[in-house]
Design a protein around this ligand. Structure first.
Ligand SMILES: [Ca+2]
Ligand SMILES: [Ca+2]
Length: 117
């Protein structure tokens, strides 16, 4: 089972951080895995912060698309996600986002699908 190293970059904007629960789904040529909870022992997804997660998941091949969502829980749950990176077996993939996942910003959705850059 490959080990995926997932990194999230939260924007440095007012209220950009969130305490909501965040889930990621990975899509590759070999299939789809997830949604997986992005959680570690820290207070993640705070303004201007970079967070690292390590997940052992089934192999989907090089990751071409990802789906990210949160459950809109907590105070001011809107989240400004700059980008996500996924590293697995020497493959490094970048997923630019640069938008809000928020009920009161952009398209008012708390999920987004991102294509590999
Ligand atoms: Ca927020
Ligand atoms: Ca947080």
């Amino acid at each position: 089972m490959p080990q995926y190293r997932i990194t999230t970059y939260t924007g440095d904007l007012p209220n950009a951080g969130t305490d909501a629960n965040v889930y990621i789904t990975l899509h590759g040529d070999g299939g789809t895995v997830g949604p997986s909870d992005l959680d570690n022992s820290e207070n993640n997804f705070e303004r201007g912060k970079v967070d690292h997660f390590t997940l052992d998941l089934s192999d989907v091949g090089p990751v071409e698309r990802i789906h990210v969502r949160h459950d809109n829980s907590g105070d001011k749950p809107g989240w400004y996600l700059e980008r996500v990176t996924v590293d697995v077996d020497g493959d490094h993939a970048e997923f630019p986002c640069d938008r809000w996942l928020a009920k009161d910003e952009d398209d008012h959705r708390t999920e987004v699908e991102l294509k590999r850059a």
